[in-house]
Design a binder for this molecule. Structure first.
Ligand SMILES: [Zn+2]
Length: 394
C-alpha cells in the first residue's frame, strides 16, 4: 500500500470515500467517514485524549496516575461524610451509598446472589450488566456523560470514579454527577420494567431539571410555609415583528447517526420553513448538537430570513459560542466553524432556550426519525400540527 497522509483522504473539505474504501477495511472506513470535517483549512495540532477539551492539565494527569491507588482503597468510611454533604435529594444519596456498598440490584449483583437471571445489559444488549457498565461504561451511559458538563474519561470502576468525584470535583459538579447517576439508573429501570427507552439528552435533562426543581422547592420551602406552586414549564416566545426564529434539535439514532431538525417561524408563530436531515455520527450527542447548529447556519445562508435568532436547548453550545477561549477538541473545531459562519452572517444571532420551549424542533427530530432527509415550506408535515397549535394557542 502506498504511503497515504490523512490530508490525501480529504477532497474539497469532504472525505474521499472512494479512496478511503480502497485503503481501509469496511469497519474502519465507516468510522472514518463518520468523523465530521471542519469547513475551514486548519493546522494540525496535538491534543490530550483523556479529556473533552483535548488539553493536558496536571490535575488530569494526577487523576490518571492516582486511579489505581484510589481503586485500592477498600474502606470507604472517609467518603461517607462527603456523600452526605452533597446537596441532592436523599433518595439520590441513598443510591450512591448503595453503589459504594456494592448493593445496587443490577443483574450482575443479582446473579452473585444466586438469582437466575440473564446477564445482558438491557440497554445496549452487549455488555454484562454490572453497576459500572450500566451507569458509566455502557455506550448509552457514555453518551449521557459526554452530553453533561463533566464529559467522559476512563475509569476502572464506579468506586474509583466516585472517589475521584468526591475528592477532586467542586460541589456543583458532585451534585451533577450524583443526579446523572440517579437519572441513568431510573432510565435503566424504565427499560427493564416498562420497556421505555429514552434519548441520552432526555436522561441528562431529567437530571438537571430534577436538581433544579428540588433546589427551587427547597428554597421556596425555606422562605414560605405555604404550599409550593408547581413549576411552570418555559414556553416558546415568537420573535418581534419582522424578525424570525430558527429552532433546532437533534436525536441520536441507534446506528450512531444524528437526526438534525430545524424550523423557522415568524413573529406570528407561523412555521415558514423547516428541514430534517440524517448525518452519520459517532454517538457523541454534544458533537451532534454543534453539528446541528452549523448545519442550521449553512441552511439559513441560502434563505432569506433576516434578522433571525437560532435557538438551541444545548447550553454548552451557546456557552462555547460566547466564550473567547478555545481548545484542541473536536467540539471546539466545530464551534470555530460556527463562529466563522456567524461572523459572515451578521444578521444571525443565537440563544439558549429551555427544552420545554423547544418542543417543535424536538417533535421534528423525534417524528422524522424514520424519514430520510426532507425540506418543507409553509405546508408543514402533519406530525407538526399538534406541536404548532399548542404554541399558537398559548
Ligand atoms: Zn450496556
Amino acid at each position: 500500500m502506498p504511503f497515504v497522509m490523512v490530508s490525501d483522504l480529504i477532497l474539497n473539505r469532504t472525505w474521499n470515500a472512494e479512496l478511503i474504501r480502497t485503503h481501509f477495511q469496511q469497519h474502519d472506513s465507516d468510522n472514518i467517514l463518520r468523523i465530521p470535517l471542519s469547513l475551514r483549512e486548519c493546522d494540525d495540532d496535538w491534543c490530550w485524549a483523556l479529556n473533552r477539551k483535548g488539553e493536558y492539565v496536571v490535575k488530569e494527569g494526577y487523576r490518571v496516575a492516582m486511579e489505581d491507588n484510589l481503586a485500592a482503597i477498600s474502606d470507604h468510611s472517609f467518603l461517607w461524610h462527603l456523600i452526605w454533604k452533597v446537596v441532592v435529594p436523599a433518595k439520590v444519596k441513598l443510591l450512591i451509598w448503595r453503589i459504594l456498598r456494592n448493593a445496587l440490584l443490577c443483574k450482575h449483583n443479582l446473579r452473585v446472589r444466586h438469582v437466575d437471571i440473564d446477564k445482558c445489559c438491557p440497554i445496549c444488549g452487549v455488555g454484562l450488566e454490572t453497576d459500572f457498565h450500566v451507569l458509566y461504561d455502557c455506550s448509552f451511559a457514555k453518551s449521557c456523560w459526554l452530553l453533561s458538563n463533566l464529559g467522559w474519561v476512563s475509569f476502572s470502576s464506579l468506586n474509583t470514579m466516585l472517589s475521584y468525584v468526591l475528592t477532586s470535583l467542586s460541589m456543583s459538579q458532585r451534585e451533577e454527577v450524583f443526579m446523572l447517576i440517579w437519572s441513568l439508573w431510573t432510565h435503566r429501570n424504565d427499560v427493564v420494567w416498562n420497556q421505555i427507552f429514552q434519548q441520552p439528552i432526555y436522561v441528562v435533562n431529567r437530571a438537571r431539571a430534577g436538581l433544579e426543581e428540588w433546589q427551587l422547592a427547597r428554597l421556596h420551602f425555606r422562605v414560605s410555609d405555604s404550599c409550593t406552586k408547581p413549576l411552570a414549564a418555559a414556553v416558546w416566545q415568537p420573535p418581534p415583528l419582522g424578525h424570525y426564529k430558527c429552532n433546532i434539535d437533534i436525536s441520536v439514532q441507534t446506528n450512531g447517526s444524528y437526526g438534525l431538525g430545524m424550523v423557522v417561524r415568524n413573529s406570528l408563530g407561523y412555521c415558514c420553513e423547516g428541514q430534517h436531515m440524517v448525518v452519520p455520527g459517532l454517538m457523541d450527542p454534544l458533537l451532534g448538537e454543534v453539528l446541528c447548529f452549523r448545519e442550521a447556519l449553512s441552511w439559513l445562508k441560502s434563505k432569506n430570513y433576516f434578522p433571525v435568532c437560532v435557538e438551541t436547548d444545548c447550553e454548552l453550545v451557546v456557552n462555547a459560542l460566547n466564550s473567547p477561549h478555545s481548545d484542541s477538541s473536536y467540539f471546539e473545531l466545530m464551534i470555530n466553524d460556527c463562529k466563522a459562519l456567524l461572523h459572515e452572517l451578521q444578521y444571525v444571532s443565537f440563544a439558549f432556550i429551555r427544552r420545554s420551549a423547544n418542543q417543535v424542533a424536538h417533535t421534528i427530530v423525534r417524528a422524522a426519525g424514520s424519514f430520510s432527509d426532507f425540506d418543507w415550506g409553509i405546508c408543514h408535515p402533519l406530525f407538526l400540527y399538534d406541536a404548532l397549535s399548542f404554541i399558537l394557542i398559548i
